[in-house]
Design a protein around this ligand. Structure first.
Ligand SMILES: [Zn+2]
Ligand SMILES: [Zn+2]
Length: 129
């Protein structure tokens, strides 16, 4: 008689659905394995270590959740929330600055090409050529 293999209930690292498996180390459900969907990793907000997320809004790794005494991985401690807001502001600032820089580069490029051709045209119009 065949030995009954143990069953593990796991959360798939790619689609985040629960699945049962015989493999203790399985990190993806059979569907994701066959469709070659990748496991979703994220850097922990606290310790910067990459961990497999269990929900789309996870911010902390399991270890930090325990250390900070949080209820789940999407929760932030009050200190973290402050830091999160600062980082969010900085991210928006960098985004804005990059867009401005991009705009300036485009404008300079447009000016440079505009300076190369139309000048000659202007001269023609003035009857100088
Ligand atoms: Zn899956
Ligand atoms: Zn962590």
């Amino acid at each position: 008689m065949a030995k009954v293999k143990p069953h593990y209930v796991k959360t798939c690292g790619a689609c985040l659905e629960e699945f049962t498996t015989h493999k203790a180390k399985a990190s993806r459900c059979p569907v994701c394995i066959s469709e070659n969907r990748k496991v979703t990793y994220r850097r922990c907000f606290e310790c910067n270590v990459s961990f497999m997320i269990t929900a789309p809004d996870d911010l902390n790794c399991g270890t930090c959740v325990e250390e900070l005494g949080l209820e789940d991985q999407s929760q932030l401690s009050p200190e973290q929330r402050e830091r999160f807001e600062v980082e969010e502001k900085r991210r928006l600032f960098v985004q804005k600055r990059d867009r401005l820089l991009e705009w300036l580069t485009q404008r300079d490029k447009a000016r440079r090409t505009a300076n190369l051709q139309p000048n000659q045209q202007n001269l023609t119009h003035l009857g100088l050529l």
